[in-house]
Design a protein around this ligand. Structure first.
Ligand SMILES: *Cc1c(COP(=O)(O)O)cnc(C)c1O
Length: 368
């Protein structure tokens, strides 16, 4: 049985008529950037996420940049974050002129460990930036506690966590601002690029709206120098169509995760702990195995496509060499990256395919 890791053309095929109607409507109205369609998407995404304000932008990276600016992060500051993430987390810190400081992950969750993040705080630290990796919330009550005790801003990288919650509170509600990505492979993906910042703070919302559109405060009135981070109306039209399915898609991802957890129990691998207080949305389902590359290859021989998020932790990437981290400095992160393997999980994956994946993994890795 052939199992692709993702099948985005199948997702498009199922929604094609509605998407084409939306694009044709916007094209006919010559409605191309920001405007009523983007505002409607912002209201709907904020309502879905349980937060008062959404500010739509052109990528998750832009959303992260604006979230850090909202937190007052600037040149000379430090931001404590994880190296077990996508490079954009670090790029956004770099754009502000601040420096990324890495703390290790909690191997139980593979998210930034709030206790180790606290130890990385220096007099220059301005903000904490946990990432909800694979759609599983970081320990946000602990981060909120550390941030308030040290007088730091808290910002969330929720680019993989649309609709996730922690202690029955939505991600994004624990911090000053949270960044989401609508890159096509994310749980909610545009037909192109997109992102959004969520906040409960009206001043943060207003400033982000201005900054995404050249710092404009009124027509041709510029309060500050900003950016062109505007969302395209076509993408808002596509996202509005897909948003109606997101709750169902996330529930289906959880169903596949439960299937994997049940079928892989007792196999020679580790799975993320299943905490009742976190409600992940399974952007990815990661397992940890010895001999990861050979397991990946054997799965490929059985036509099961897998992915590695991320093969090399950021602190050991050439781009991050100026930050000065050596191998061995973040042992839990390095071990996770050496052993992680992400199994297919998506709304387009059938339960039969998921069963087949689990069977193949079981046979290949053997039992404990
Ligand atoms: C996808 C992603 C981003 C960046 O989003 P873009 O829309 O690609 O700019 C940032 N952080 C994490 C953790 C991501 O997965």
């Amino acid at each position: 049985m052939r199992v692709p890791f993702l099948d985005l053309s199948a997702q498009y095929g199922g929604l094609r008529e509605e998407i084409l109607v939306a694009i044709d409507r916007l094209g006919s109205q010559a409605h191309f950037t920001l405007g009523a369609e983007v505002e409607a998407f912002e209201r709907e995404f904020a309502a879905f996420s349980g937060l008062p304000f959404a500010i739509a932008v052109n990528s998750g990276t832009s959303a992260l940049h604006l979230a850090l600016l909202a937190a007052g992060v600037g040149p000379g500051d430090e931001v404590v974050t994880t190296a077990n993430t996508f490079i954009a987390t670090i790029e956004a810190i770099h754009y502000t002129g601040a420096r990324a400081v890495f703390a290790d992950i909690d191997p139980r969750t593979t998210n930034l460990d709030p206790r180790l993040a606290e130890r990385a705080i220096t007099p220059r630290t301005r903000a904490l930036l946990p990432v909800h990796l694979y759609g599983r919330s970081a320990e946000m009550d602990a981060f909120a506690d550390v941030a308030s005790r040290h007088g730091l801003a808290l910002v969330e990288d929720a680019c993989q966590a649309h609709g996730a919650s922690y202690h029955n509170r939505p991600v994004g509600s624990f911090s000053l601002a949270a960044a989401f990505s609508f890159y096509p492979t994310k749980n909610l993906g545009a037909c192109g690029e997109g992102g959004a910042l969520l906040t409960a703070d009206p001043a943060v919302a207003e400033r982000a709206r201005s900054l995404r559109n050249h710092g404009q405060s009124g027509r041709y009135a510029y309060e500050r120098l900003g950016y062109n981070y505007r969302m395209e109306a076509f993408q808002a039209g596509v996202l509005r169509v897909k948003l109606r399915w997101l709750a169902e898609w996330n529930a289906y991802r959880r169903r596949i995760a439960d299937l994997y957890r049940a079928k892989l129990a007792g196999a020679r691998l580790e799975m993320p702990a299943d905490d009742p207080e976190t409600r992940p949305v399974y952007h990815a389902f990661a397992v940890y195995v010895d001999d990861r590359d050979s397991v990946k290859e054997k799965l490929a021989e059985r036509e099961v496509e897998t992915a590695i998020y991320y093969p090399q932790p950021l602190h050991l990437q050439k781009a991050c060499a100026p930050l000065g981290y050596a191998p061995g400095s973040l042992p839990a992160t390095e071990r996770a990256c050496a052993r992680v393997l992400c199994l297919p999980i998506s709304p387009e994956l059938s339960l039969e395919q998921a069963e087949y994946v689990a069977e193949c993994v079981r046979e290949i890795v053997g039992k404990m």
